[in-house]
Each structure stands twice: as C-alpha cells, then as structure tokens.
Design a protein around this ligand. Structure first.
Ligand SMILES: Nc1ncnc2c1ncn2[C@@H]1O[C@H](COP(=O)(O)OP(=O)(O)OP(=O)(O)O)[C@@H](O)[C@H]1O
Ligand SMILES: [Mg+2]
Length: 507
C-alpha cells in the first residue's frame, strides 16, 4: 500500500516542555491509523504540527504528504491539501446554527452573495451522512456535546478530505453513537480516505484500526500491525509497565442516607414547556458510590446541574434533603455551602479558567482553605496546589502552567483537584474519565475510593457502562428524563441496564 503521510523526526518544544522528541509517524493511503498514548504523551501536539496549527519553522523535522515535502503555514494551507483535523476541544460557535457553523468561512456563494438556501440543503445532506436528524437551523448551543461532535464531522465532510484527523471523537459519545461514528470511518476508508484516530477507548481502536502507533513521553514507542494488536499489549506500551486491574478494589462501608432528591422536575432552559427531568427521586448514602447510567440525552447532566445550584434549567421543582434536613440549593454558592460539588463533563465551558494557571484553578472554590484571617496565604496556596497536582498526577512543567496549555486529560485532572480541595460531602462527577488514559483512570478511581473511605459520597454519571459497573455500589438508570431502573452493582450488567432503557423506550 502507498504511504500517504510520513512525519520524520518531529521535535516540538514549548517553554519548559519537550512535547515531541524525534517522533516518526507513517500513514498508508486508505488506512485507519490509531494514535494512542497517555495524557500528555504528545498526540494532539503531533496532529497540530501536521495540520499547520503549529506552522513550519515552529518545529523541527519534516512532513512528507503524497510524496512531497510540506511546509504548512497555517491550517488553511493543510486543508487545501485535503488534511482536515477535528480537534479534541470542540470548536463550534455556540450561538450560530448548524448550517452557519458548517459553512463558516466556506459559504456557498452566488455572485458574492451567500446562498443560504443551498447551504441549508447541503447541510441536511451532510447531517444525514453522519446520522443526525437535526434541523440545519438549530443553534449549536442547543445540541449536546455528542451531537456537536457529529456536526464537526459533517463540517469536515463539506471539504474535500483525503486525510481525516480525529482527536478523540468518541470521548463524549455513548456506545451506540461511537459505533456509528466508527462505521462512518470504515465507510470513509472504503472510499479511500485515510484517517488518524486518537482515542483512549482501546477497545474501539482495536475494532477499526489497521495499525496503531504508540507515543510515550513525546517519543514514538512502536507501530503495531492489526494482527499484533491486543488491549493488554497497547496498555503495556503506553504506560511502560503492565497494568493488572482496570478497577481498584474497595470494601464498601455504607452508612445512612446523606443526600436525597424528591420529585425533581426541570424544564429546558430556553423552552420552558419542554420537560427535561421528570420526577426524579434518588438517594446516596454515606460512603457510597452511586452511578447514573443512560443514553446521551437521558437528562443526567441536566439533573445534576439543576441540583447543583440551578446551574441548568427553568421552572425547577422538587426537594433536596441533606442528612435528612431540607436543604436550599437554589444557587451554586448555597449548593457548595451544603456540601455539594459538581465536576462538569465540559471542562472548557464550566470547569476551568483557561488563561489562569493550575495553582489558582485548584483553590478557586475554597479560598478559605488557603487563607488565614481572611487573607490569602501564598505559601499555603502553593502547598495545596502542589499537593493536589501530585495526588491527581497532573503532568505539567509546574503549577504555574496555564491550564489552557495542558493536555486534555490533564485539564480534567485540574478540574477534579479543584473540587476535591473543596472537600464536599457529596461529589457529583459527570463523565469524570472522559479523555483520560487508562493509567490515569485507575488513579481517579482510587481517588474516588479514598473519598468514600473517609465517609464522603460520590454520584457518578458515565456513558461507559463497564466503568459504572467497575466502581459503583448501586446504579440508577435514566431515560428521557425519567428514572427507569435501580440496581445494586453486584446484580447489574450492561445487558440489564440496556434492557431497562429499552423497556422504557417501548412505553
Ligand atoms: N501550548 C502549549 N504550551 C505549553 N505546553 C504545551 C502546549 N500544548 C501542549 N503542551 C504540553 O505538551 C505535552 C503534550 O501535550 P498534548 O496535548 O499533545 O498531549 P496528548 O497526548 O494529546 O494528551 P491527552 O490525551 O491528555 O489529550 C504536555 O506536556 C502539554 O502540557
Ligand atoms: Mg490530546
């Protein structure tokens, strides 16, 4: 098979960090080439070098594409050659429609006037290709992250793509949608399109990849052929050692109910006639890890955010009890005062101040914890930030690195640090391991275990059912805003959860 891309001896340095050190990558025409590695290994950076986000001259080494050396000055340069990148952090404009986002800067024009009728029709065709039934005029802000991902892909398809780069496209998708996306990649492959797929979901990488290149600490470790791919092998190459278990052991020590919600009803934040959460009642006990399973759009995030100080929704009703007493959680401040913390699934919008460094981001919700007599104590703050950086194993040059410059997975760890330091009684985690590598996932599960061992409680929303089954004591199942199942984790299985969902859909 022909080689379409060869990156030779790529070295890229940021102040204080050598992100890439003589990396080589070879991609064949028409193959799906997976790129895997721990958080901070350099995957996104390598793809940004390839696509011209980091222009020629800002790195060392050479890029050969279709037999010619390329010196891309910017991203439009690489796009002209058919290299399209979909970034890890979604880049759509929230207040524009799907059609506007897809044709932004690339509008079909007649005599210089944008033909929105054509744009709309084309958008409809492109959306059909990625399996989205949304109206092209829907504002992107009204789509969940999963659907936004599909819009990004539709956008890529609107250009002449020969090499498609997907940086963790399925991180925010549930299994069904991930499968659909992988099918899409296989279809592209059949059309001769090559793709580079970055993913922490090693099972799906194994399913579709023709070859896999493993990066570790900014260096190429090995490229594996399909027949040599096994999950264990990839993990070992990624982390540089063998990983025995995916989930750390825990002996539950569960006490009384500390958190209870009754008849929780939430309406859409813009369309208050639409019920998003419909009569949810659930509880969490002391020392317990409780999961909420469900498909994308089940209303889990809306439920959690509305409980956390009405951060989402309109016309919210229902009651929250903390340790048996009715609690006022009507603002985020009051929710925090009542011992609730919520770690968002969308770190870019809600989780971090990206232009500030790790230290400030760690202490921001618990400044009292680093102050004495109402005055911020620099030394304490420094100590705390370093402690939590170690605890959650954040890979950065120091706690003074801007969070915006951290790798995706490490940003997620800063969000987690921040809420751990807030020391809540109930920690709500929304997709806590999205975009997190296998080794770091294990660390996060260990942190959850430590928390509940000290008598705290954890409520986890996750689209990865094996994860819920691996770490929870009890699992609720939500579908279309309603509670459709509850089971002890010891009695739960993926099949049982899916059955609860399907049964509810049939009604
Ligand atoms: N703009 C930047 N300034 C400084 N350092 C950076 C910048 N971008 C990336 N880095 C550093 O380069 C290294 C590689 O980061 P990169 O984002 O490529 O990792 P990754 O493999 O994509 O990880 P993840 O799986 O978490 O997304 C990290 O140590 C990161 O902190
Ligand atoms: Mg990345």
């Amino acid at each position: 098979m022909d080689t379409i891309l060869e990156m030779r001896n790529i070295t890229k340095t940021f102040p204080g960090v050598k992100a890439l050190n003589n990396v080589n990558l070879n991609v064949r025409k028409g193959e799906i080439h997976a790129l895997v590695g721990e958080n901070g290994a350099g995957k996104s950076t390598l793809m940004k070098v390839l696509s011209g986000v980091y222009p020629h001259g800002s790195y060392e080494g050479e890029i050969f594409y279709k037999g010619e050396e390329q010196r891309f000055r910017d991203i439009s340069d690489s796009e002209k050659k058919g290299i399209i990148i979909i970034h890890q952090e979604l880049a759509l404009v929230p207040l524009l429609s799907i059609a506007e986002n897809i044709f932004l800067g690339n509008e079909p024009a007649k005599f210089g006037i944008i033909d929105w009728h054509v744009a709309e029709t084309r958008t409809r065709e492109l959306l059909a290709k990625v399996g989205l039934k949304e109206d092209p005029l829907t504002l992107v802000t009204n789509l969940g992250v999963g659907k936004q991902q599909l819009v990004e892909i539709a956008k890529a398809l609107s250009k002449e793509v020969e090499l498609l780069i997907l940086d963790e496209p399925t991180a925010s998708l549930n299994e069904k949608d991930s499968d659909a996306l992988l099918e899409l990649l296989l279809e592209f492959k059949a059309q001769g399109i090559s793709s580079i797929l970055i993913s922490h979901k090693l099972n799906e990488v194994g399913k579709v990849a023709d070859r896999i290149t493993v990066l570790r600490d900014g260096a190429t470790i090995e490229t594996l052929d399909k027949q040599d791919i096994s999950e264990d092998k990839i993990v070992t190459l990624m982390v540089g050692r063998q990983l025995a278990d995916r989930y750390p052991q825990r002996v539950p020590n569960i006490g009384e109910v500390v958190f209870e919600v009754k008849d929780w009803v939430v309406h859409h934040h813009l369309h208050s006639d639409r019920t998003v959460v419909n009569g949810i009642g659930m509880n969490v006990r002391k020392g317990e890890v409780v999961g909420i399973a469900g498909l994308m759009g089940a209303g889990r995030t809306e439920f959690a955010m509305s409980v956390f100080g009405r951060a989402y929704g309109s016309k919210i009703s229902g009651e929250v009890f903390i340790k048996g007493k009715k609690a006022d959680v009507s603002t985020i401040g009051r929710a925090i005062d009542n011992g609730i913390a919520y770690v968002t699934e969308d770190r870019k919008t809600y989780g971090l101040n990206l232009i500030d460094h790790i230290k400030h981001n760690t202490t921001i919700v618990n400044l009292e914890g680093v102050s004495s007599n109402g005055v911020l104590d620099d030394m304490t703050e420094l100590k705390v930030a370093n402690e939590y950086r170690t605890k959650t194993n954040i890979r950065s040059s120091s706690i003074y690195q801007k969070t915006g410059n951290l790798s995706g997975g490490n940003q997620q760890k800063v969000v987690l640090s921040k809420w751990l330091f807030a020391n809540p009684d109930l920690l709500i985690l929304d997709e806590p391991t999205r975009g997190i590598d296998v080794g770091a996932k294990y660390e996060i599960y260990s942190i959850i275990n430590q928390l509940v061992a000290t008598g705290k409680s954890v409520l986890v929303i996750s689209s990865e059912m094996p994860e819920l089954l691996g770490i929870c004591d009890r699992i609720y199942v939500m579908n279309q805003g309603k509670l459709v199942g509850e089971m002890a984790a010891s009695e739960a299985s993926q099949e049982k959860i899916m059955r609860a969902i399907i049964r509810a859909e049939g009604k």
